[in-house]
Design a protein around this ligand. Sequence first.
Ligand code: AHM
Ligand code: MG
Length: 341
Amino acid sequence: MPKNFMTLQRHIYEGEKRHPEATGELSSLLSDLSLAAKVISLEVNKAGLVDILGFTGDKNVHGEKVKKLDVFAHEIMIKALDHGGHFCVMASEEEEDIIHIPENHEIGKYVLLFDPLDGSSNIDVNISIGTIFSIYRRVTPDGEPGTLEDCLQPGMNQVAAGYIVYGSSTILVYTTGEGVHGFTLDPAFGEFLLSHENIKVPAKARIYSLNEGNYKYWLPGLKKYIKYIQDADNRGRDPYSSRYIGSMVADIHRNLIYGGIFIYPADKRNPSGKLRLMYECNPMAFIVEQAGGRAIDGKRRILEIQPESLHQRVPIYIGSPEAVDTVEKFLRIEDEISSLS
Ligand code: AHM
Ligand code: MG
């Protein structure tokens, strides 16, 4: 038997056992989530076969309507998770409003926010994409349907968060606030097996990831920071390598393992950046902080931002702690200079 034959289910269950007050509910809902991940993973792997197998137009061989993968993933998440009795309300990047638990289903005490398939521009070109999830305890009274108020909580209230990256293999990474653990899907068994125990992000970064095509819109502090990390100096500091996939999950996953900084900044065109606080930034910030990293919007810790709306965007600078400290200094100095002028 392989040394680390630890399934995701067993890992979650053993984590809960360390807390005598735990009800086992978190184990159960994470297990429902992993089922959704397996179904989405299977569909993502078939994506390139759509034309070959004759799934042309918008019908498949069964005469059923072919769904776009991101819509498919959104619907699978809801189907897998709305009937377990764990959640009182959900919200998805793919849907404008909150998603209610259907009548006649049990209403639970947790709240689920998710981005069903992030990195949409990479879906059709066989490049890694991912699912991101974020779980909170409800703040409104138990037994009632959940509300927007349950969803609009600061990220530091998360009780669990995770992502699934559909890459050269499918990997699920999660945290419940006790470290970050990664599981690789064994396609033969259909089980997620522990492959990355207690992930810690290297303190120093070797990689930077951002869309450099937006250079002309960047603010001066960011331009100077990027120039700084590209420059080799005489004190033995090598320039960083540039790696940008354009899928936040895959970019952050790589940086988590190798050490790096991922940036989607505020710029002259988009002062709030592009990425969504509730579905992308908060869960990734929780994971990266649990791995010993940092995540800021330029000035504030991402997890301390009080959300105002479901789909709000925030700039993000996330990754190895020393790299985030440095970019923060560059941005602060630039702010100070501009306040003097
Ligand atoms: P999406 O939610 O439409 O997929 O957009 C989010 C993605 C992130 O995964 C990625 O980091 C970013 O958009 C890339 O944006 P850009 O193409 O502007 O570099
Ligand atoms: Mg997204």
